[in-house]
Design a protein around this ligand. Structure first.
Ligand code: SF4
Ligand code: SF4
Length: 377
């Protein structure tokens, strides 16, 4: 039996889907979408679910994660329903439904909550640094003395484990919604292993976005994603190699430094272009900005920029600017990672490849469930 939620379209309005009701289902958007295909047609079908209140079907669909918001559909909609933004709003809504803590919904629907949570984490991080920092050496820059690696690293690992727990538990809920939609599927564990390549390929390449007509979207998206992944890896290998939080920084040609420079340039470039685009509002994808879009871009830009400043101050042996900027850098990184990764904008980094992965597992499992065809006599 299909249950209908008559309030669904109204609920989606809180996430930015203000024009679902003006769509008259002509299908132009699906026809022009370069990422839509016969087996997963969108965005028209998703908009139809919103209009009809088919909440459970919407929860089980992976199409919202297949849309990379190139905006081509919004340019051709005869009703100015902005289907690209409707898909974006649906992703925000789905993110809150995957999240079992309820924090995601508060962050997406209340600016007060958003600013309050970012502010609390920012000032709490500064307070922790103020209370637990090491000796402040002022004749030379001694970052490891100010921020002892044997305190910073374990704290970072505990923080990372907490974030991973929240994100992966939300991914698990997404998995349940997708597997339960339509025909029930019991996928054998072996399929999850054999299809891991799908997850890795889509995470590393963002290959679907290359199908969009404007290839610059893919380049910018990939720069941001690869820069973030490189920075994430470097922070983690720092525990072993001690290349970053050290009183004697390695030379500029050190591989970790080269990779760090790449990550910094890639992320600064991609976020600066995105901020300018959202201020100018010339492209359909930049016409409407949710408060969480701005919060994400501002936190990311300032986190990367303060990280760059720390390197510059260290290079010029400026002790106090190095320590203070490092404290601000951490105070920005904590709300960026603590809120954006498991609960809001940046969670799509996991949801997109996982949606494709689960759908692939589901398809293969359905094929296995098909009864064998009888041979013709
Ligand atoms: S969103 Fe616009 S283009 Fe798409 S089906 Fe509705 S009216 Fe047609
Ligand atoms: S924004 Fe682009 S990818 Fe998303 S539905 Fe529209 S045309 Fe397709």
């Amino acid at each position: 039996m299909t249950r209908v939620n008559p309030e669904l379209a109204k609920e989606l309005e809180k996430f930015g889907a203000k024009s679902a009701t003006v769509c008259f289902n002509c299908g132009n958007c699906t026809a022009v979408c370069p990422l839509s295909n016969n087996s997963t047609p969108f965005p028209r079908r998703i908009i139809r679910y919103l209009q009809l209140g088919l909440e459970e079907r919407l929860l089980g669909r992976m199409e919202p994660w297949l849309c990379y918001y190139c905006g081509e559909c919004s340019q051709t909609c005869p009703r100015q329903a902005d289907p690209g933004e409707l898909m974006m709003a649906t992703r925000r809504y789905l993110t809150t439904r995957y999240d079992w803590t309820g924090l995601s919904k508060r962050l997406y629907t209340s600016k007060v909550w958003e600013v309050f949570c970012v502010g609390i984490l920012f000032f709490a991080t500064l307070a922790v640094i103020y209370l637990f920092h090491g000796p402040i050496v002022t004749d030379h820059t001694k970052l490891e003395t100010f921020a002892p690696a044997d305190i910073v690293h374990p704290t970072g690992y505990v923080f990372g484990a907490v974030l991973a727990f929240f994100l992966l538990s939300n991914v698990y809920r997404m998995h349940k919604f997708i597997m339960r939609s339509g025909e029930r599927v019991n996928a054998p564990l072996s399929l999850y292993f054999s299809e891991l390549g799908t997850l890795a390929v889509h995470f590393a390449t963002q290959a679907k976005l290359r199908l969009c007509t404007n290839k610059s979207f893919w380049i910018k998206h990939w720069l941001l994603m690869s820069g973030y992944t490189a920075a994430f890896i470097l922070v983690n290998v720092d525990l072993v190699t001690r290349w970053s939080l050290t009183d004697s920084p390695p030379p500029a040609w050190h591989p970790a430094k080269i990779l760090w420079t790449y990550a910094t340039i890639a992320m600064l470039y991609a976020t600066t272009v995105a901020i300018i685009g959202r201020l100018r509002k010339r492209e359909p994808i930049h016409k409407y900005s949710h408060s969480t879009d701005w919060m994400f871009l501002i936190l990311l830009w300032f986190t990367v920029f303060t990280g760059l400043l720390v390197r510059i101050f260290m290079q010029f042996d400026l002790p106090l600017p190095t320590y203070y900027t490092f404290a601000v850098h951490l105070a920005l990184a904590v709300p960026l990672l603590g809120l954006e990764v498991p609960f809001t904008k940046w969670s799509h980094l996991a949801y997109r490849p996982f949606a494709l992965y689960f759908e692939r597992v589901r398809e293969r499992a359905l094929q296995l469930q098909q009864p064998p065809q009888e041979e013709e006599a």
